[in-house]
Design a protein around this ligand. Structure first.
Ligand code: HEC
Length: 215
């Protein structure tokens, strides 16, 4: 009986692993086969956040080289629609990229990415449109769609989105310590402690997020 249970359990685990592998293979294939007009985005696309251009508290770039068009919208007091190729980041692990007009009408052509970042670079953990859930169990789209229409799903602190429980100082600290950057300065003892506390919270949040994803 016991050995039957073991065999059954092993078979179940093997089955689950095979499902995970199949979906991983599908994902990597989707990244290689580009449709016409699709931006060639891979893990290498995302590097040190501070190599992008800072606008108020966040960073922008443009994968098609049209940074001026992206900056024009980011700096506009009345908002606007970000041009295709625009990349927006607040923290190293989360990115929004704007595709061509009509690519994903539901998400206003934005694609959401969650990255794992380290000194080696970025790994795309998740990418997609309305269904990307971050490691804390939050759906990117569900929050960002709350921004008033003129802000094109960019939340900042006063565009109508539910706020996130993290101060500007801590966001600044996270940007200054992006592990992908080669020129990070030393932190003061107080700053290191702030980051340590955040990492504890992120560890717990991430574990809760993973459990939610499994259920
Ligand atoms: C709980 C709601 C919530 C979830 C979930 C969420 N965000 Fe955000 N996000 C925000 C808010 C609010 C801000 C603005 C914070 C600020 O500037 O004070 C923000 C900022 C950003 C920014 C900078 C531009 C902007 O909108 O201000 C990017 C890029 C971003 N998030 C991407 C993502 C991605 C990608 C995901 C999913 C992997 C995600 N976010 C999940 C609420 C959320």
């Amino acid at each position: 009986m016991k050995s039957f249970m073991n065999t059954g359990l092993r078979a179940l685990i093997a089955f689950c692993v095979s499902i995970v592998n199949v979906s991983a293979a599908e994902n990597s294939q989707a990244a290689i086969q580009l449709e016409p007009g699709q931006l060639p985005i891979t893990s290498e696309t995302f590097t040190c956040i501070r190599d992008m251009t800072k606008v108020r508290g966040f960073y922008v770039g443009n994968l098609k080289g049209d940074i001026d068009a992206t900056l024009a919208v980011a700096n506009s007091e009345t908002g606007g629609v970000y041009p295709p190729g625009s990349v927006v980041q607040l923290v190293p692990g989360e990115v929004m990229v704007k595709h061509e007009v009509g690519y994903s009408p539901v998400t206003k052509d934005w694609e959401f990415f969650e990255l794992d970042v380290s000194e080696e670079g970025s790994e795309i953990r998740k990418r997609g449109f309305a269904d990307v859930v971050n490691r804390f169990g939050g759906n990117c789209f569900a929050c960002h769609i709350q921004a008033k229409p003129q802000w094109d799903m960019v939340c900042e602190d006063a565009h109508g989105c539910e706020t996130i429980p993290i101060t500007k100082e801590v966001i600044d600290l996270i940007q200054r310590t992006d592990p992908r950057c080669s020129d990070n300065e030393e932190l003061t003892a107080g700053e290191s402690f702030e980051l340590f506390k955040l990492k504890l919270k992120v560890g717990v949040g991430s574990a809760i997020g993973t459990v939610k994803e499994m259920m």
